[in-house]
Design a protein around this ligand. Sequence first.
Ligand SMILES: [Zn+2]
Length: 74
Amino acid sequence: MSNDWLIILYVAFALGAICAIGIASELRRRHFGPAHPEDTVFRCAKCGNVYTDDGDVERSRCSQCGKLNEPMIF
Ligand SMILES: [Zn+2]
């Protein structure tokens, strides 16, 4: 009888831990999600610098030389 309860408690604890990890990762994803929507990769046509910027901008200024660049399409 006490062995059954130990198994039930062990399973319940394991499930609880899995749920906690899932909730924590979901909260982390939501926390960082809005701050960094799909970043766009840019490559400077002038100096070749590869950098990222927010996905909602059409053109981004190079951090090295200041040239405006089109997003890189893969
Ligand atoms: Zn540049």
